[in-house]
Design a protein around this ligand. Structure first.
Ligand code: GRF
Length: 204
């Protein structure tokens, strides 16, 4: 089986990267991590990549004068590694239309809330502070808006009365680590269909 090549972008601890690396260990899994790129030289995600014997590259945005020149190197590096899909696994840089247009329907992101509720950063805390009764996790394609792209998978989670923020974060991350590899599998196997902005599951 020819595996789909993933380029995983991280900025931090990389627990989602780890879940993807673990899923990729199965011979039946349709994708493999071709490269892990971090804009943050200190990201623990880089160590995870090295431990899994995956190519890891630091491209620090601080070394570039403009967002576009940073993204040009990012794009060229992903192309050099023959990446099919770009996976945002806690990547803390906003990608501009310059990059997003080049990878239309090829960038997946995970968001720790049920979009379109609570987009942007600190989504778990936002839902918790708001007093939402239900939150969850969304995996979506990235478009030019902030967390507005077509939704691939979502899973809901009830926020029980008296739950602490810490407990909620743990429960959300547990879902993320299951949902992201599942969404990547569906996309890699082409078991999704774009109908306008909607994604239908089932072979295209
Ligand atoms: C996750 O909560 C993800 O939803 C968000 O950033 C966090 C990354 O965590 N986009 P990790 O680096 O994968 O541990």
């Amino acid at each position: 089986m020819k595996k789909v090549k993933l380029g995983v972008l991280v900025s931090g601890s990389g627990t989602n990267l780890q879940a993807i690396l673990n899923a990729c260990k199965k011979s039946s899994y349709p994708a493999e991590v071709a490269v892990v790129i971090s804009n943050n030289p200190e990201a623990y995600g880089l160590i995870r990549a090295q431990k899994a014997k995956r190519l890891s590259i630091i491209i620090s945005h601080k070394d570039f004068e403009t967002r576009e020149s940073f993204e040009k190197v990012l794009h060229d590096t992903l192309k050099e590694q023959k990446v099919d899909y770009v996976i945002l696994a806690g990547f803390m840089r906003i990608l501009s239309p310059f990059f997003i247009k080049k990878w239309k329907n090829k960038i997946l992101n995970i968001h720790p809330a049920l979009l379109p509720s609570f987009p942007g950063t600190h989504a778990i805390q936002q839902a918790f502070d708001y007093g939402a009764k239900i939150t969850g996790v969304t995996v979506h394609f990235v478009d030019e808006g902030t967390d507005t792209g077509p939704i691939i998978l979502q899973e809901a989670l009830a926020i029980k009365e008296g739950t602490s923020l810490k407990k909620l974060e743990e429960s959300i991350h547990k879902i993320e680590h299951r949902l992201f590899p599942k969404a990547i599998e569906l996309v890699s196997k082409k078991k999704i269909r774009h109908v306008g902005r909607k994604i239908f599951l089932g072979r295209s």
